[in-house]
Design a protein around this ligand. Structure first.
Ligand code: FAD
Ligand code: FES
Length: 262
């Protein structure tokens, strides 16, 4: 009970934001970059790397809101990278410029940014919070190494964004660009690192965490468990931790792997 009060007191204040779609860029058939602007003249609340927002899909396409990571956040703009997975994300990807979208945020905790030599590993749409983290490190004068894994050549727009804030190592399953193979086999791992941060498909994150553990490097993962309420009430997102079962929506989504019972 006390822990719950503690969490609520340290969690960032959530706002209900009515945002207007300024641009919806189709990067691939199943991947869109949505840029949305606050129109009430107020600044965006701070949304540090790791935070996510609960998006009300346009046209009320789903009953529940959908969690989407903060990819980029400016004074009055929010950028989300959205992969089509079903009705909710389809409605986001189909939103025309000018559409109003309601989001609640910021939600969840954040990545740490205390490392001096960080290795960031993103897989698929998991590159969204990894971009936000790379930008945060760049803001502190650190150019992180980013390993970006995709099935096939990644969208150039994302690579261009990443290259402004990081040294980027692309890995593809089909060898169409960069290193032909898994993110855990990337030559980028030959560097010397004091922290690994990762987000992507669960098997990839587990493999990255195992590799980091074998090298004695601390590792943070951003989990994408299915969510419903987003506020710690329905318990549908729980994850087993060394401290008992924890809601990913309020205690996470970022966990140090030493907290997890994988
Ligand atoms: C903290 C967090 C951050 C996320 N960030 C992003 C992001 O930046 N961009 C993005 O495109 N997606 C992100 N997701 C995943 C996204 O929330 C789901 O893809 C979305 O909720 C699916 O809703 P839907 O209505 O489109 O599809 P549904 O019809 O609800 O589901 C379609 C399919 O997607 C699967 N699915 C649903 N939720 C998830 C999930 N959380 N993880 C994996 N598979 C899921 C279902 O099992 C089903 O097979 C994130 C999820 C979490 C929890
Ligand atoms: S989504 Fe309901 S408790 Fe996390």
């Amino acid at each position: 009970m006390l822990f719950g009060f503690f969490l609520i007191s340290v969690m960032p204040k959530k706002e209900i934001l009515h945002l207007q779609v300024d641009a919806n860029e189709r990067l691939r058939a199943d991947l869109h970059l949505l840029r949305m602007r606050r129109t009430d003249g107020q600044p965006m609340p701070p949304m540090p790397a790791g935070n996510f927002v609960q998006v009300r899909p346009p046209q009320n396409a789903t009953t529940l809101n959908r969690p989407i990571s903060v990819c980029d956040c400016y004074a009055d703009n929010l950028e989300l990278l959205v992969r089509r997975a079903g009705a909710g994300t389809d409605a986001m990807c189909d939103a025309q410029s000018g559409t109003m979208i309601t989001v609640i945020g910021p939600m969840g905790n954040t990545f740490s940014t205390t490392a001096t030599a960080p290795l960031l590993v993103g897989g698929g749409v998991g590159i969204a919070p990894i971009f936000a983290l790379a930008k945060a490190y760049a803001g502190k004068g650190i150019c992180p190494e980013v390993v970006f894994g995709e099935r096939t050549a990644p969208a150039q727009q994302i690579v261009t964004k990443l290259e402004k804030v990081a040294r980027v190592h692309i890995c593809t399953d089909d060898g169409s660009e960069g290193f032909h193979g898994l993110v855990t086999d990337s030559p980028a791992w030959n560097g010397s690192f004091d922290m690994v941060h990762t987000c992507g498909p669960l098997p990839m994150m587990k493999a990255v965490a195992a590799k980091a553990a074998a090298a004695g490097i601390s590792c943070e993962v951003s989990l994408e468990n299915r969510m419903a309420c987003g506020i710690g009430a329905c318990l549908c997102c729980v994850e087993d931790t060394t401290d008992g079962r924890r809601c990913v929506c309020t205690h996470g989504p970022v966990f140090n792997t030493k907290e997890l019972t994988w």
